[in-house]
Design a protein around this ligand. Structure first.
Ligand code: HEC
Length: 130
């Protein structure tokens, strides 16, 4: 077992490093807003769903919604609509998807989360989509 210890240490340090770097990312709520309005809302509006404003949920509700990652009542995921693959599939018709084509998925998700948190019912600046 002793021989495993250095490996275990490396794994633990690697995990710590990963979580530190995730925390170190300074979310850009403005980029989140652009993406939310241009990609998320444009689909919601086109479908009978209608726009889903950030101020319809509290900060805690948005946090658990994003963490649960069950979009459209669990039919698909929120992450899927944030992914590079999805952006690539719509970028010819969607400027925001084109502009942010190369942003890492996790960063864009953090940006959207920051926008939704800021615009939440009890957030810093409750926001509607219009
Ligand atoms: C391709 C279309 C489409 C895109 C893109 C899309 N949504 Fe949706 N979204 C839907 C549909 C359809 C529903 C409603 C499902 C229902 O009520 O059965 C929905 C519902 C929702 C809801 C209400 C709760 C729920 O999950 O039912 C939230 C919140 C939401 N979407 C967030 C997002 C976010 C955030 C993004 C962008 C990262 C996004 N959506 C992108 C189609 C889309």
């Amino acid at each position: 077992m002793k021989t495993l210890t250095p490996l275990a240490t490396v794994v633990v340090l690697g995990l710590l490093g990963a979580s530190f770097s995730a925390n170190a990312y300074d979310a850009d709520w403005k980029r989140g807003r652009i993406y939310y309005r241009s990609v998320c809302t444009s689909c919601h509006v086109a479908l009978p769903v209608g726009s889903i404003n950030p101020n319809t949920k509290t900060m805690a509700e948005w946090a658990s919604y994003i963490n649960a990652d069950k979009h459209a009542n669990g039919k698909d995921t929120v992450k899927q609509y944030v992914s590079k693959a999805y952006r690539a599939s719509i970028k010819s018709a969607n400027k925001a998807a084109e502009k942010f084509a190369d942003v890492p998925d996790q960063e864009l998700l953090e940006d959207i989360k920051a926008f939704l948190t800021k615009g939440a019912k009890d957030g810093e600046a409750p926001a509607s989509c219009s």
